[in-house]
Ligand binder design. Structure first.
Ligand SMILES: [Zn+2]
Ligand SMILES: [Zn+2]
Length: 341
């Protein structure tokens, strides 16, 4: 967000939803200036104990499954059906986060028809990365304070010594999610609070998590007509899939602010990491994203694969997405010049 939601006080901000704001590609897109985190950036209540226990559960159980997956893959139930279900649910929920939660809901990179808007909210929720308002509020706060005090997940939070960076990597990758303080949703997501559809999607986070974890074993069990088929589908397409997608998504916060190339002018330490381009659906072209947050395409260079941008392009062709903020050559030249300066 250029004039990040954190900049003006909540009561003076326009009531217009972020996603409906006019194209910002013509405006300067410098990140919000560094300012100290203010009290109002955080909610005045902490996460309750039951959801906090669930955070630990959902962070570690799929993680353990992911580690167990490699030895188990040899000689233990992994069928083509499991592979298909895992890939299908991975792509669906990952795009829900990258196209939906991130490029659309957080940054307003395009306008979506109501059906697409709801579908993106539902698919993003099924990635089990938290309810929509928590995700969007945390991410808008990340852009408002990127790599400065107030950023919920900067790997540079503890200093630049090797020991501080090890600690910072852990914090940015997954440590930050165990912090019980919550981002102030009234300040950062007034547009989602006002929208009845998104209030429902937010409320439905728990049932959507159950569906996300329950659908693969249901399909696996019915197709193979066996409990074993249900169990292997649950292991691969529910647990391993969620674990893998969590770590790929979290890598954008940790690796893509730590190592990699910085060809674009952004005032933080965001980087481009080509190795993660395909699993992250284009999100690892993260330096361009911080330089130009509302752009619908993050991988703008030759050969920079960006599956999320291609998906938005498809939605545009189908008429479901309009006002897509595609990068222009003039604008990219300006960003490159800023990086060289
Ligand atoms: Zn972003
Ligand atoms: Zn970032």
């Amino acid at each position: 967000m250029t004039s990040g939601p954190a900049s003006p006080p909540a009561d003076t901000r326009p009531a217009e939803p972020a996603a409906l704001k006019p194209a910002a590609l013509t405006e300067p897109a410098a990140p919000a200036p560094a300012e100290p985190a203010r009290q109002g950036d955080l909610s005045d209540h902490e996460r309750h104990i039951a959801p906090h226990v669930m955070v630990y559960l959902f962070a570690f159980v799929p993680f353990v499954a992911l580690i167990a997956a490699v030895p188990l893959a040899w000689g233990w139930g992994l069928t083509w059906l499991d592979v298909g279900l895992t890939a299908g649910f991975y792509v669906l929920t990952m795009l829900g986060v990258t196209v939906g939660f991130h490029r659309y809901f957080t940054h307003g990179a395009f306008r979506a028809a109501r059906g697409l808007r709801i579908a993106l909210g539902v698919a993003g929720s099924m990635a089990v990365q938290g309810p929509i308002r928590h995700w969007v509020a945390d991410h808008r706060r990340h852009h408002a304070f990127a790599d400065k005090e107030g950023d919920p997940h900067s790997p540079w939070a503890f200093g630049t010594s090797p020991a501080a960076l090890v600690r910072g990597f852990w914090h940015a990758h997954m440590g930050w999610i165990f912090d019980r303080s919550l981002t102030n949703q009234k300040r950062f997501t007034p547009d989602l609070i006002e929208d009845p559809d998104m209030r429902a999607v937010h409320r439905w986070f728990t049932p959507l998590t159950v569906i996300s974890l329950g659908a693969p074993p249901l399909i696996g069990g019915l197709v193979t007509w066996s409990w074993w088929g249900a169990l292997t589908a649950f292991f691969w397409a529910s647990l391993v899939r969620v674990g893998l997608s969590h770590h790929v998504a979290w890598s954008t916060n940790s690796i893509c602010h730590l190592v990699g190339e910085r060809p674009w002018g952004s005032r933080d330490r965001s980087t481009n990491v080509w190795l993660l381009a395909i699993p992250s659906m284009g999100e690892s072209w993260h330096n361009l994203h911080h330089a130009d947050p509302t752009s619908a395409r993050h991988g703008v260079g030759r050969g920079q694969i960006d599956i999320s941008a291609r998906t938005i392009w498809l939605f545009e062709k189908l008429g479901w997405a309009t006002n897509v903020k595609w990068p222009t050559a003039r604008r990219l030249d300006r960003l490159a010049a800023r990086a060289a300066a």
